[in-house]
Design a protein around this ligand. Sequence first.
Ligand code: CU
Length: 118
Amino acid sequence: MSLVILTSCSSESDTERLKSVTELRSSETESVAETPDGNLVPDKETRSYEGRGKVIRLIAGSTFIEINHEDIPGYMSAMSMLFPVADASMIHGITPDDSVRFQISGSGEILQISRIGS
Ligand SMILES: [Cu+2]
């Protein structure tokens, strides 16, 4: 007669470990970034702003769009500038002179367009 012993393998500790790493990260001291308008914002925090303006041009084959945007409260004053776009497909169908509403988001000083439409 033989006896087979099965050992069970538990993975519950993986979840616990992940949880503590996440908690550690969020408790790190925050550094700050400065927006073009001189506001200090938490550097690592993802934030977003809503904007509206008129399309000046699309950079063909690239993921940039130039927009003459109105004031973006808390971020920057009205101006014409190039914005990086999260995905090139987002600007398909958009043409110069279009009036658009958009959302820019990200962390640090460089934010990109995460949503755009008329
Ligand atoms: Cu601007």
